[in-house]
Design a binder for this molecule. Sequence first.
Ligand SMILES: C[S@@+](CC[C@H](N)C(=O)[O-])C[C@H]1O[C@@H](n2cnc3c(N)ncnc32)[C@H](O)[C@@H]1O
Length: 334
Amino acid sequence: MISHAFQSPVVHHAPAFQVQPTSYLTKAKKPTARAFFWTAALAPFTAAVRTRAQAGRCYKVRKVSDKGFGAIALEPIASGQLVAEEEPALRWSGAEDEAELQECFDALSVQQKEALLELEDAFAERQGKTILGIARTNAFQAGEPSDPLLEEEEESRVLYLELSRFNHSCLPNCGVSWDDREGMLQVYAERDIAAGEELCLYYQDVRFPTPVRQERLISLGFQCACPVCVAADPVSDERRARMQQLIEELEESEDEKALELIQETLRLYDEERLTVISYRKMAAYKAYAHSMSLGNLSDAARWAKLAYKYCLQCHGPYHAQTKVLRAHANRVRS
Ligand SMILES: C[S@@+](CC[C@H](N)C(=O)[O-])C[C@H]1O[C@@H](n2cnc3c(N)ncnc32)[C@H](O)[C@@H]1O
């Protein structure tokens, strides 16, 4: 039995739309995450992780320093490459429902339970791991965070056996994308990666200075040991604090001002070598929307094309957002 009070588990997700999108993309959302949630509260468990990238497996999970396991690139990986994808081993309605998590776990076979109990539990106490601690350490959010349907509905959480082994970095080289079409979570390379490099995701928005990031990650059960946190560079902290300010200022700004702020945001991402493609995609998309609003069609076309390119890189060609952005890119071109 789970003994301590349920707190929201760590929720790794593709933070592409943490900044609320304007209406163009919101309209394109579809109710897919919800559609299969209740019918598959307990997703079919597969002994072998099914991954499209399996044939040419480009990484290996192994022990990495003091972070436990991690994923290491076995070969050079190009930006935009699909690195891994996996079906959930466990799905439950999430947020506050400890009882449902326990119920879903209890319904698994012994083998399935054993596999899940192998995962890291950052909250384990003397009596050992609990499924709650494992969920808090490893859970991903089902669906894209900004999906209005998910915001209105109870959020669901998912646990993966292999993707749970990817560590966090505040300067990540990979990002996750929720694949509604197949109900899988995918990992895409967000920059070119050399063989031997660790593949790292970002468990939360990294556009905050070190003390804020650290505090948020400690609440997820660990002290971040990524190179940016270890360096604690005041210049980097200043840039990241400004990035957060810009997110807020952008919400309040008229078109012309907003376009200036977006340019500044992109400059800061470059200076910080922050290659999170979903941040850039959102910036390009917003710039497209503001350019359209100003009637500047040639700029709008350029931004729409860029947003589409970024979307392809972080979500692949079949994702709902990619299709929407492709349509926008085609529309303003014609
Ligand atoms: C989702 S698991 C990642 C895989 C984990 N390393 C394992 O061995 O299964 C999250 C845990 O990994 C470790 N971890 C992940 N990213 C880290 C980081 N940047 N710094 C230190 N520890 C990290 C922490 O122990 C955290 O609770």
